[in-house]
Structures are given as C-alpha cells and as structure tokens.
Design a protein around this ligand. Structure first.
Ligand code: NBP
Length: 470
C-alpha cells in the first residue's frame, strides 16, 4: 500500500484546520500553509491524527496519490489565484483542485475553464458550518464536472453532516460555478434569517425585556416551528453575563456594528442583476451597512426626538405577543426562502444548471448555519410538488396563509415600538405585493409616460399607448 496521502489541503486557518481533521478520520491527509509556523503548530498538536505537514509546495504535491486531490481553504479572491498559480508547475494532467472557500461564482467559472484548458480539474465546493461544522460535518455544495464529482463523492459523503433522515448533507449541485452560487445564496438567506431574529430581539428589548428574558422566549421558539441552530446558539448568547468587571449581560456591551465578508452583498447584487425580488436578503445587507455607521447614527439620534422612546407595552401584553411574533417570524422566514429559491431558479435557467431544489433544501438540514426544522418542511414541499416554486406549493401556501396575518401584526407592533424592520417589513411587503393581482405600478407607468413618453399598456385593450397628460 502506498504511503502517500489521499488528500492534500492548503490553508490552515480555522476552516482548513478543522476540515483537515475531519478528512483525516477516514483518509491520510497532507497539509500545507503559506506561513509554515502555522502548519508546524497544527501538526505538533494533531500530527497523530493521520495528518502530515509539508513546508514546501513541491514536497506537498509529491506526497499525494495521483490523480491528486487538493482542497484549498484559503481566503476567497486573489489568494485562490495565487495558490493555483504556485501549484501548477508541480501538478500533472488529471489532478483535481477543489476550492472549499467562499469564492465568488464567476471566479469559479473562470478558474474551471482555465484549468480545463490545461487538462486539469477545478471543482468549486461551498462548505458551510463554521469551525464546528468543518470538524464534525459541514453541509457541502459541490459544483463542477460530473466526472470529478464521481471521484470526490465518496470522500465528501464521509465528511458531510447528516440530514434529518441520516443521509449525508452533500449532493451534486451542477456544472462549474453552481456549488459556489448555491453557497452564496445560502449565505444570503443566513443574513436574512439572522436579521429577522435581531429585529424580534430589538422589539422585545424596546419593550423593556432583559437579554435573559428574551433568551427565555428564544428558547421557547427553539422548541417549535422555528427550531434551528441559530435560535439554539442565541439562547446562551442572550443569557451570558459579562466576565470583565460589570454585572451586565455581555450582549448589552457588544458594539452594535455588524461585519460582513461579501457573500450577502454578492447575493443582493445577483437579485438586481437577474431581476428577482430578494428584498429580505438585500435589506439584511442594508441593515448591516446602516449598523456600521455607528458614529453618524449617534449624531442623528441626538437631532431627532422619539416620542415613543420610553413607551413600553405592559409585560403581560408582551407575553401574549410571543406566539404572534413566532408565527410572524415563521412567515417571514418562509418568504426569505421563497425569494432565495426564486433567485436560484432564475440563475439555473440563465446559467443552464439543472438544480434540484428538494436536494438543496435537504443538504441544508444539517451542518450549515441555517440548519433548521423549516428545511424539512421545504424539502418535503419541493419533493411533493416536483420542485415547483415555493410560492405555489400547497403546503407553503397553507403555511403562509396561516401565519401571514401574524407577520402583519408583528410588523405593525414593531413600527409602533420604533423597531427598524428592515427584513420583517420587506418580507411582508414582498409577500403582499407578490400575492396581489392589482398592484400600484399603473401609477408608475402614468408618471413615466408623462415625463418621458415611455408609453403604457391598458388592462382593457391591446396595444401600446401614449397620452398627452397635461
Ligand atoms: P481566511 O479566509 O481567514 O483565510 C486564511 C487562510 O488563507 C490562511 O491559511 C492564510 O495563510 C491563507 N492565505 C491568504 Br489570507 N493569502 C494567501 C496567499 N496569497 N497564498 C496562500 N495562502 C494564503 O480563513 P478561514 O476563515 O478559515 O476561511 C477559509 C475559506 O473558507 C474562506 O474562503 C472563507 O470565506 C470560507 N468559509 C469560512 C467560514 C468561517 O466560518 N470562517 C465558513 C465557511 C466558509 P497564512 O496563514 O499564511 O496567512
């Protein structure tokens, strides 16, 4: 038997280290990192786990069985091109580079094309689950040629998380950039879901509830239809006390500026480019942008009086609202998913990807950040309706019908409390507009025709019309 490794992994930051250890449970793995010390420290700690380290790329490549399978877990963008460039002189035809980072899908399409011209394989593979997922089982969204998928399938199935039925959270997504596209939309939905949760938190906080009281409500939410990884981890976050000399809840001491690394923004732009309403995702990005202008917000806060600022609802009323807001959040999250899947459907048509939406919902059931009970509902809905758009599927229509009025109530409560409802408001408007046969765009058309002779159509006669309005 060869003493070579079956897999190589480059990039030993948090994701790479954990993924390497996961892979090493069933394969011999060689690792490499640009900064050699990081690799040495990692091997010093985990070298006994079927892991070997190489300080030079040539030695790294030579340590691998052919065709070589090399997973990149480096920072998305230029670093990926830099690593590919320095690997190429040592690779042979048929070798496979797998990009497990959050690369932007056009880059993946370009890289696959460039490598295939050299008879080498490039495979874009979305990996979700953060450090814990990478170690114990992520959700994996692979895209590239079916031939390469066949080679990688047994490896990826072994390291993936499990869905509610115990099946691996990995499925072939589609050609070239499809895996990274689906991972990008996954992240966009993650932005929306987190923002919706933050808005519910903000509503309760504005009404005088402490972080730990909100933790009790979120704990309850995590036992019902909102059951999810994100609600689960929010409970200890809400209950955590400061350990640095105050008696406050730590959450109340965290600066209210949210970071972002780009996948939400990319998804938002895709919605605009492809003409699909994904306002929940776009508004979640906007909310982070506004949050980042902390100093300016502090200045404006001083200028505008808020007459509702110290008006809170009585505690027993807030208690009665808990199930209403639960239903409202559920409806809003269904709408965010419906928007995300609409975008996937449009991209699939334009990019000629044969996406299986039931399978995509299924592999998000485990391992990834948005893993949640709701994904079981979506998987079953897509399966029963042969992957029809979510808005049309009987189960989803019935769920939205049952919960939509509570989303209305939630939004109206939030407005009265002065809670900025970027996402919950967007979800309500999007749903009500999408399910309204008679919208307001006749007014827009009237204006456009008046100032720019853009013409309009009528609902009662065929043809294109223009009017001298004044
Ligand atoms: P980072 O995204 O922070 O990347 C750090 C790694 O990239 C280090 O190993 C670093 O090497 C290497 N690197 C850089 Br930076 N520039 C390089 C270059 N020019 N040549 C070679 N190596 C270079 O790590 P991460 O957070 O573990 O994420 C890895 C990938 O997984 C990213 O694409 C990320 O978006 C994605 N992802 C992250 C998460 C998460 O929760 N963090 C979740 C899902 C996906 P060095 O040690 O020498 O600086």
């Amino acid at each position: 038997m060869s003493d070579k490794s079956q897999i190589g992994l480059i990039g030993l930051a948090v994701m790479g280290q954990n993924l390497a250890r996961n892979l090493a449970r069933a394969h011999k793995v060689t690792v490499y990192n640009r900064t050699t010390e990081t690799m040495q420290d990692f091997i010093g700690e985990h070298g006994s786990e079927n892991l070997a380290g190489e300080a030079e790329l040539e030695g790294f490549v030579n340590s691998l069985e052919k065709p070589r399978k090399i997973i990149l877990m480096v920072k998305a963008g230029r670093a990926v091109d830099a690593v590919i460039g320095s690997l190429l002189p040592f690779l042979d035809k048929g070798d496979i580079i797998i990009d497990g980072g959050n690369s932007h899908f056009p880059d993946t399409i370009r890289r696959e094309k460039e490598l295939s011209e050299k008879d080498m394989n490039f495979f874009g593979c979305g990996v979700s689950g953060g450090e814990e997922g990478a170690l114990n089982g992520p959700s994996i969204m692979p895209g590239g040629s079916t031939k390469v998928w066949k080679e990688l399938e047994p490896i990826l199935k072994k390291i993936a998380a499990k869905d509610f039925e115990g099946e691996p959270c990995v499925t072939y997504i589609g050609e070239n950039g499809a895996g990274h596209y689906v991972k990008m939309v996954h992240n966009g939905i993650e932005y929306a879901v987190m923002q919706m949760m933050a808005e519910a938190y903000d509503f309760y906080r504005s009404n005088g509830l402490s972080a730990s009281e909100i933790g009790n409500i979120f704990e309850k939410y995590n036992q019902g239809k909102l059951k999810s990884f994100l609600f689960e981890i929010s409970v200890p976050i809400l209950r955590k006390k400061d350990e640095k000399g105050t008696d406050e809840y730590l959450l109340d001491l965290i600066l209210d500026k949210a970071g972002q690394k780009g996948t939400g923004r990319w998804t938002g732009i895709e919605g605009l480019e492809r003409g699909i309403d994904i306002s929940c995702i776009q508004q979640a990005v906007n909310a982070r942008i506004v949050s980042s202008r902390k100093n300016y917000r502090v200045e404006l806060d001083k200028k505008y009086k808020k007459p509702y600022a110290d008006k809170t609802l009585p505690k027993d009323v807030v208690k009665e609202l808990v199930p209403v807001i639960e239903n409202g959040l559920y409806a809003a999250m269904l709408i965010a998913y419906a928007q995300g899947f609409d975008l996937l459907r449009q991209a699939a048509e334009e990019m000629e990807w044969d996406l299986n939406y039931a399978e995509i919902a299924r592999i998000w059931q485990g391992g990834c950040i948005i893993r949640a009970q709701i994904l079981k509902t979506l998987t079953e809905a897509f399966k029963e309706a042969n992957n029809a758009p979510l808005w049309e599927i009987e189960q989803i229509v019935s769920d939205l019908q049952d919960n939509w009025l509570d989303l209305r109530a939630t939004v109206s409560l939030g407005v009265q409390a002065g809670t900025p409802l970027f996402c919950l408001g967007a979800a309500l408007a999007s749903f009500e507009a999408m399910s309204d046969a008679r919208g307001s765009a006749n007014f827009i058309q009237g204006l456009r025709d008046s100032f720019g002779a853009h013409t309009y159509k009528r609902i009662d006669q065929d043809g294109i019309f223009h009017t001298e309005w004044s």
